[in-house]
Design a protein around this ligand. Structure first.
Ligand SMILES: [Cu+2]
Length: 182
């Protein structure tokens, strides 16, 4: 009869000894799962309504004017900056539609060619398309720095009219010209 009681006591003592061990590592990783940001779905209402309007006006203008290679004569205009001042020579030039103008860096660079006040949309788009290597914005050619460096603008498909241009770096020195397209 007493053997049962002893057996219960000893098994209880063994269980108690095991349960008493400390396990401090259990709760250190619990805090890491809480900070997944909620994916925000941006409201696209304004973008959706603005995009078709912008595309409708921009796409036809861009598509209408592809660069048109010159088919006629090439005229030369010197870009000069020296003791006499800054100028295009000749400053006033008349060409036929389809001709090209080759601007030649002579001295005093950097120079460029930047057309001003082209209001006709067709002329603007075509002239812009015919100006390679634009770095400074619409109707504005890149800088030419070295003597004999050239910049060629085709006037193919450019509507007849007067096209005023400046040299951006020397605008304040009155370096400007006009090309009249017939
Ligand atoms: Cu210049």
């Amino acid at each position: 009869m007493r053997f049962h009681g002893i057996a219960l006591l000893t098994s209880a003592a063994i269980l108690g000894a095991c349960g008493g061990e400390k396990t401090p590592a259990a709760d250190t990783s619990a805090a890491t799962t809480a900070t997944t940001p909620a994916a925000t779905t941006p409201t696209t209402d304004s973008a959706a309504t603005a995009a078709p309007a912008a595309g409708a006006t921009a796409a036809p203008a861009a598509g209408a004017a592809a660069a048109a290679p010159a088919t006629g004569q090439t005229h030369e205009v010197k870009m000069i900056g020296d003791a006499t001042g800054y100028k295009f020579d000749p400053a006033n030039l008349t060409v036929k539609q389809g001709d090209a103008v080759k601007f030649v860096m002579v001295s005093g660079g950097p120079h460029n060619v930047a057309f001003q006040n082209v209001t006709d949309a067709t002329a603007k788009a075509q002239l812009d398309a015919n100006m390679p290597g634009q770095h400074m914005g619409e109707l504005s050619g890149p800088f030419v720095m070295q003597p004999n460096e050239t910049y060629v603008v085709s006037f193919a498909k450019v509507p007849p009219g007067k096209y005023d241009y400046i040299c951006t770096p020397h605008a304040a020195m009155n370096m400007k010209g006009t090309i009249t397209v017939q």
